[in-house]
Design a protein around this ligand. Structure first.
Ligand code: ZN
Ligand code: ZN
Length: 97
């Protein structure tokens, strides 16, 4: 069961509803990354429990722009817009899969 949390940036008001780290649902595995093209924190598909269901090229892509300009989201949870710390999340706000 994967769960989403709401992260808010107190500096600029940016918010993202993501897992905040490695997560997994019934069939998929995700990790939270920063897309440098979108300047968004996104959950990226990194694996499937049934490998036959997925093409390798579908993994590690931004769900917004399908790009691969992804960076790990650091421990301090930096905001992709202003680089301030986004702090502790609210939630879980949503359970997925
Ligand atoms: Zn993107
Ligand atoms: Zn910010």
């Amino acid at each position: 069961m994967g769960s989403h949390y709401l992260f808010n940036c107190p500096g600029c008001g940016y918010s993202a509803e993501v897992s905040g780290g490695p997560d997994g649902g019934f069939s998929s595995q995700t990790e939270t990354r920063v897309c440098t093209a979108c300047r968004e924190v996104v959950d990226v598909l990194v694996g499937f429990r049934e490998p036959a269901l997925i093409q390798p090229e579908d993994l590690n892509r931004c769900p917004e722009c399908e790009g691969r300009d992804l960076l790990p989201w650091g421990e301090s949870r930096p905001c992709p817009r202003c680089n301030g710390a986004m702090g502790d999340p609210i939630g879980p706000t949503r359970l997925w899969d």
